[in-house]
Design a protein around this ligand. Structure first.
Ligand code: FE2
Length: 295
């Protein structure tokens, strides 16, 4: 059965059938999925009961797996999953929901803010793939917003104004907006702000998009309150319901998205119950703008 994609939303998101993600796939299938990603920016693959190994193998069809170091406050010895897998569950190494005051849990609450994965890295992520291994009964939908449609809907004056702006992104900005403010010296070095263009152009389709993320907390050459107000306004514009798709998880869904073209967030859920979601990430291939020289 050939790969087939059915649209799930008026401006983006497709549902993919005719592919078994647990097995090696052909070059033609990889090309069809990549073309689908370029067009839809988010692809939903229902009924894919993958193991971690199978998820990583499928992910490598689209590029190298991103090095996850520097992306959270969880110590290596406390990690539940193998290297290559990003744990976006609410579970500790013992498999139980994290305690309410767990630092790891409080840091991860930042995933409920609109963001683009790894926009805090000098070379930000290309794709993310999220597999639902245990679905929480209450809440926990993941929402996606199409940053191309949001860009297209700006007026020409705004497009001109923001065309060459460069933002600073850091995990300390997103977490700081929730009042998570205490970091070790090592974490401060790890979470040092990086630069990203505010308007990106897709390398294949040439479509422009807003590169927004709650990790963005400053704009070069602009006073901070003015910059944050502009970012807040643009985010409000970009996350209007007409640009948003709400994904309600079913067990064994695999959802793949292009971080260069969409933002996403998870909604609140019952954290006394397990929610086991496992992500793999395809590394990006270039920075969006030159970084500041190292001090
Ligand atoms: Fe994320």
């Amino acid at each position: 059965m050939p790969v087939a994609i059915r649209p799930l939303h008026p401006v983006f998101v497709g549902e993919v059938t005719g592919v078994d993600v647990t097995k090696p796939i052909s070059r033609e299938e990889v090309a069809a999925i990549e073309a689908g990603m370029d067009k839809y920016a988010v692809l939903v693959f229902p009924g894919q009961a993958v193991t971690d190994e199978q998820q990583m193998a499928f992910t490598r069809n689209f590029g190298n797996i991103e090095d996850a170091r520097g992306g959270n406050v969880t110590k290596p010895e406390d990690k539940r999953l193998v290297v290559g897998m990003n744990d976006v569950s609410n579970l500790g190494k013992d498999g139980k929901p994290l305690a309410r005051d767990s630092r790891q849990r409080l840091f991860n609450i930042g995933n409920m803010l609109w963001h683009s994965d790894s926009s805090f890295r000098p070379i930000p992520a290309k794709y993310s793939l999220l597999s639902a291994r245990v679905v929480n009964k209450k809440g926990g939908n993941t929402e996606f917003a199409d940053m191309r449609a949001a860009y297209d809907a700006l007026d020409d004056e705004m497009k001109r104004e923001i065309e060459d702006l460069v933002c600073e992104h850091s995990l300390m900005y997103s977490r700081g907006s929730l009042g998570f403010l205490d970091y070790s010296e090592e974490e401060k070095r790890m979470f040092k702000p990086v630069r990203q263009r505010l308007v990106r152009t897709h390398p294949v389709t040439g479509r422009k998009s807003l590169y927004l993320s709650s990790h963005a907390g400053a704009i070069l050459g602009m006073p901070m309150p003015e910059a944050r107000m502009l970012l807040r306004d643009l985010t409000e514009h970009a996350t209007q319901p007409k640009f948003v798709y709400v994904h309600k998880w079913t067990l064994h869904d695999l959802v793949m998205w292009d971080n260069r073209q969409v933002m996403h967030r998870v909604r609140r859920y019952d954290e006394s119950q397990p929610r086991d979601m496992r992500r793999t990430t395809v590394a990006g291939d270039a920075p969006t703008v030159a970084q500041a020289a190292a001090e």
